[in-house]
Write a protein that binds this ligand. Structure first.
Ligand code: ACO
Length: 325
């Protein structure tokens, strides 16, 4: 029997250690003025000891606590991450073990900064199938471990953190529209964690383990292609931008948001930003922002608001969901 899915709880967790732009200026040739004016970022949280699964497990525990349910009641856990603790077991399997969610199947989604939207869309389909009632969707990253800390053009942009939602079955439709896309032919403008063949039977390859980015190409992709996709998704939903209460976009760079707001035709005030505090936390950025908006009282979680979530990044990938929340 078909069912509907709804987001019933939200939570986030970030490592305690805060690194300011001035802290970075002590170890590389940069300045608070350069970073803040080009990106909006002023601080980021960087993990000392906690792994991606540690951050995600903290979010999972909060979600269970808020919903007053036990881990046994979960049917699935999906973690979106591009910085897993290991390729195997998955980060989600580690979270499943940490919270003792004995009845849940668990796996990771890798779609860089679009990962949370892709994972949420996947979880919605599980619940819509009628076979599953409850699952956690978590975006969690320790991007700091993938950065070349001698490269000022990328090291200043990112931070660590996690956020997530509890997805539950509902009698009413909450997911109104979605669109997702990938253009693998442009994958080279944003890469990280390349691995190489190393067997005695293989030819040696030269690979780049650290995060690499063509900043200008990514800026153009986000402002041109993703803005167009968001406009098309809104039009396909039968809504007009004015009917959408909040636009929660991936937090890469404040100038990207400014330009996207103009291109989509929405008031910038409807597009909250928190990259000044966290930097770009990749798959975690949207759920951290959502959780903060709920904490601030801007989003009520009472089924009265329409919000648009949009992630975009490595792949290249992009994904937009419009949900009642
Ligand atoms: N501090 C000081 N100077 C710097 C720094 C730094 N941290 N980084 C670069 N510079 C210098 C460069 O060396 C260059 O100097 P030069 O002119 O002497 O060669 C100068 O600043 C300009 O460099 P550009 O790379 O051209 O700077 P630009 O104005 O394009 O800004 C930025 C770079 C902010 C990354 C921009 O391209 C951008 O906004 N890109 C969007 C991509 C993004 O934010 N990606 C995040 C990850 S992807 C995602 O999440 C979707």
């Amino acid at each position: 029997m078909m069912s509907y899915a709804k987001i019933s709880q939200v939570a986030h967790y970030v490592p305690e250690q805060v690194i300011t732009n001035d802290d970075l200026a002590k170890i590389m040739d940069t300045s608070d003025e350069w970073i803040a004016s080009r990106t909006g970022i002023r601080r980021r949280h960087i993990s000392r000891t906690e792994t991606t699964s540690d951050l995600a497990a903290k979010v999972a525990e909060q979600l269970l606590e808020k919903a007053q349910i036990t881990a046994d009641e979960l049917d699935f856990i999906i973690v979106a991450t591009m910085t897993p603790d290991s390729m195997m077991p998955s980060t989600a399997a580690r979270v499943q073990a940490a919270i003792k969610a004995r009845n849940a199947f668990a796996f990771d989604v890798t779609a860089a900064c679009s990962g949370f939207v892709f994972a949420l869309s996947t979880g919605e389909k599980f619940i819509a199938s009628g076979r599953y009632k409850r699952g956690l969707i978590i975006g969690s990253e320790t991007v700091s471990k993938t950065l070349d800390w001698s490269d000022r053009s990328t090291a200043v942009l990112f931070g660590d953190g996690a956020g997530g939602v509890l997805l539950e079955a509902s009698h009413q439709q909450h997911f109104l529209a979605e669109s997702q896309g990938t253009d693998g032919s442009r994958g080279a403008c944003l890469t990280s964690g390349q691995t190489s063949l190393q067997s005695p039977f293989s030819e040696k390859e030269i690979t780049e383990p650290y995060l690499q980015m063509d900043g200008r190409a990514v800026f153009d992709f986000a402002t041109r292609d993703v803005s167009k996709s968001i406009k098309e998704t809104i039009a396909a939903s039968g809504l007009v931008p004015e009917e959408i209460d909040w636009f929660l976009l991936h937090q890469a760079n404040v100038r990207i948001l400014d330009k996207m707001a103009r291109k989509i035709g929405v008031a910038r005030e409807k597009m909250p930003a928190n990259m000044m505090e966290y930097g770009n936390t990749s798959a975690a950025s949207i759920p951290i922002l959502l959780s903060e908006c709920v904490e601030k009282g801007d989003i009520f979680l009472d089924g009265s608001q329409k919000i648009l979530l949009s992630g975009f990044g490595g792949g290249l990938t992009w994904g937009t969901l419009i949900v009642i929340i």
